[in-house]
Design a protein around this ligand. Structure first.
Ligand SMILES: Cc1cc2nc3c(=O)[nH]c(=O)nc-3n(C[C@H](O)[C@H](O)[C@H](O)COP(=O)(O)OP(=O)(O)OC[C@H]3O[C@@H](n4cnc5c(N)ncnc54)[C@H](O)[C@@H]3O)c2cc1C
Length: 619
């Protein structure tokens, strides 16, 4: 029996097990214009006669992917790759998928890369080597922040790129039902860690019967380890100068349950920033939910502002990865975000990050991926998708045998409450009168922003200096003040407007103000200031579990029909898109979007479990 993982201290403030944000990047020597060599591993990325043709031969043809995609009878296909390198296998697979798969099917491509290549090397290669969608790869290629990066590359193609050791990814994740494996790490002689019996057994265990595998290596230990992992191997003639390569098929392994079919009816309760991101994530999977919203007042713009602390914490890592996700999936105005900071703090923060993430300025740090979003762009989830939006207040979300019953009151209608049953319901409404949200401890924090019109327009980064000053097309939005005890119904407050004007004048002393419009709103926070994103627990069972003196098992009564998402405080733009994607993928039993260490700290049940000292395991 593996030992219990250690108890987690409160929230995401805990130091990360990784003491650095970024992983080392590969040092690439160019032997020819299109033949890269890794200095650290002393090996080439492909042979002198190869590149695209070699990858196509070994991995696309070696696994018969064109025909398998054409005849795929399931909603999705899962590939695991060891060694992302320059992404050639991924691009070739994407090209094959786009040509042969049917509309609505999804390719999940999970790839692990220990030392990612720098974006400049990627650009260099693709100038020499024309390949479909290379520009898209450059556009979404993540900064070298360690961990899992989930990116919807194209409709129907989801890349899960893990920057770190493959064995750490496999140990962390409960991957299952892999259809195909590409072993493309550096050679066993240079990089033995990528070919160990343990790692290949983990891959075998995570694969479905009939899964195929290919690799350029025919080393004896690779063959033996693959056979030990349950693969039947076959030698094929190799590409170019190479005599042989290996293909393999998993025959002995019986897979557990198949992935779930797409849920036919889904509702999202709450059409605010978070609810809209759930709608986006569902739309990527071809699902058009019914949205229930009771319509809240909103701001015209939101700053996108990564939060990075001096020590490496889960919270900062989540914020950095979340900011990247938002950049890749929403129309962010990428003007950067400049945070004022003392010199010593600035230097420490910048030294831990890559220059594509943050750079020093004389008085602070410029976060390159920061910027802002228009409210209209946040709400406009997908103009091509017809969705049903019900202007209504939901009064009940109750799971029954045949689904989840949603009870709602339509606005303006005097009629009695109406009920509809759905297969899945995502509650992104911070309404504690709704049963699945009632036991979640939420706090309301009132705040005020000011829309400031000036004589002249100003461009440049968002300035974070006590408040965020966002330079929009017709002036600025200065956001925001905080008051935990203020009643939202009391409206705007003179002192808060003055405070916001003072922030503005400090940064733009020469601009004269023509008009000021104060706007108020409420943030939702949790006691540990970490959002809620996870399946709804069965609350009565949780109470019983917490009252047990000696629990015989870990708590595992979670709904697979109701997901909860809320508590974003002031960080909705950096976190809600990623956590909505995480929640939807989790509820649909898809490959993971976040490492497991995040799952536990985001659980809606964590407060109750933490109180009795039982927040140890992932559900
Ligand atoms: C003044 C101010 C400035 C801010 N500035 C920024 C910023 O610059 N950048 C940033 O990232 N974040 C900012 N925030 C925070 C940001 O607004 C939140 O993080 C974000 O709105 C959270 O999204 P949400 O969907 O959880 O909640 P909301 O956006 O509040 O949406 C919740 C929705 O659920 C609906 N709802 C509630 N109950 C029910 C029910 N029973 N039935 C049906 N519908 C229901 C509500 O009507 C609402 O539409 C600011 C917040 C405030 C108050």
């Amino acid at each position: 029996m593996p030992p219990d993982p250690p108890k987690l201290p409160n929230g995401l403030k805990m130091p990360d097990s990784n003491d650095r944000y970024c992983v080392d990047q590969a040092t690439v020597d160019w032997l020819t214009q299109s033949l890269p060599h890794s200095h650290g591993d002393d090996d080439v990325y492909w042979s002198a006669s190869g590149g695209l043709d070699e990858k196509r031969y070994v991995y696309i043809e070696g696994n018969n992917l064109a025909s398998r995609f054409r005849t795929l009878g399931r909603p999705s296909f899962l590939i695991f790759e060891l060694g992302f390198g320059f992404g050639l296998n991924f691009l070739l697979t994407a090209e094959t998928w786009l040509r042969h798969a049917r509309n609505g099917q999804i390719l999940h491509y999970v790839s692990a890369e220990r030392t990612p290549v720098a974006i400049e090397d990627l650009r260099h290669l693709f100038r020499q080597l024309p390949i479909q969608n290379a520009d898209r790869l450059i556009q979404i290629y993540p900064a070298p922040i360690g961990g899992l990066h989930t990116i919807w590359f194209k409709p129907g193609i989801c890349l899960h790129l893990y920057l770190g050791e493959a064995r750490a990814l496999l140990a962390d994740q409960s991957l299952s039902n892999i259809d195909c494996i590409f072993l493309d790490g550096f050679s066993p002689a240079q990089n033995p860690d990528a070919w160990t019996p343990h790692l290949l057994c983990q891959l075998g265990d995570a694969s479905r019967a009939g899964a195929t595998l290919s690799t350029y290596s025919v080393a004896g230990r690779v063959r033996r380890n693959l056979e030990a992992a349950g693969f039947h191997i076959r030698r094929r003639s190799g590409f170019g100068q190479k005599n042989e390569m290996l293909t393999a098929i998993l025959v002995s392994h019986q897979t557990a349950n198949d992935r779930l079919a797409v849920a036919p009816s889904v509702a999202v309760v709450g059409g605010g920033l978070a609810g809209r991101q759930v709608v986006r994530s569902l739309a990527r999977r071809g699902i058009q939910p019914t949205i229930f919203d009771n319509s809240a007042a909103s701001l015209p713009m939101y700053a996108l502002s990564p939060q990075v602390s001096l020590t490496v914490t889960l919270e900062s890592r989540l914020s950095l990865i979340g900011t990247q996700f938002t950049n890749n999936h929403l129309p962010v105005q990428r003007v950067g975000l400049h945070r004022h900071m003392a010199t010593e703090r600035r230097d420490r923060i910048v030294s831990g990050l890559d220059p594509t993430v943050a750079t020093s300025t004389p008085d602070g740090v410029l976060f390159i991926n920061g910027g802002y979003l228009y409210e209209t762009d946040v709400r406009d989830t997908d103009p091509c998708q017809e969705r049903l939006l019900i202007n209504a207040r939901v009064t009940g979300v109750v799971e029954q045998n045949n689904g989840v019953v949603v009870t709602f009151l339509k606005h303006g209608a005097r009629s009695k409450p109406t009920t509809t049953t759905f297969d899945h319901v995502y509650v992104a409404a911070p309404d504690q009168s709704l049963t699945p949200m009632t036991p979640v401890p939420l706090n309301l924090v009132w705040g005020q922003s000011a829309a400031i019109t000036t004589d002249t327009d100003q461009s440049g980064p968002v300035v974070a200096d006590g408040a965020s000053i966002i330079p929009g097309p017709s002036g600025f939005l200065v956001s925001a003040t905080y008051d935990r005890d203020r009643d939202a119904r009391l409206g705007t407050r003179y002192e808060d407007t003055e405070t916001l004007i003072a922030h503005f004048r400090r940064n733009y002393p020469n601009l004269s103000i023509r008009k000021i419009v104060p706007i108020t709103g409420q943030r939702i926070t949790t006691p540990d200031r970490v959002p809620i994103a996870g399946p709804s627990p069965d609350w009565p069972s949780l109470v019983d579990h917490c009252e047990e003196k000696r629990p015989t098992s870990l708590f595992h009564h979670y709904s697979d029909r109701i997901g909860l998402l809320t508590g974003f405080g002031s960080h909705g733009t950096a976190l809600a898109p990623l956590l909505a994607e995480f929640l939807v993928a989790r509820m649909m039993s898809e490959p993971p979007v976040l490492e497991r260490k995040f799952e536990t700290v985001l659980l809606p049940s964590r407060f109750q479990l933490r109180q009795v000292g039982r927040l140890r395991h992932h559900p």
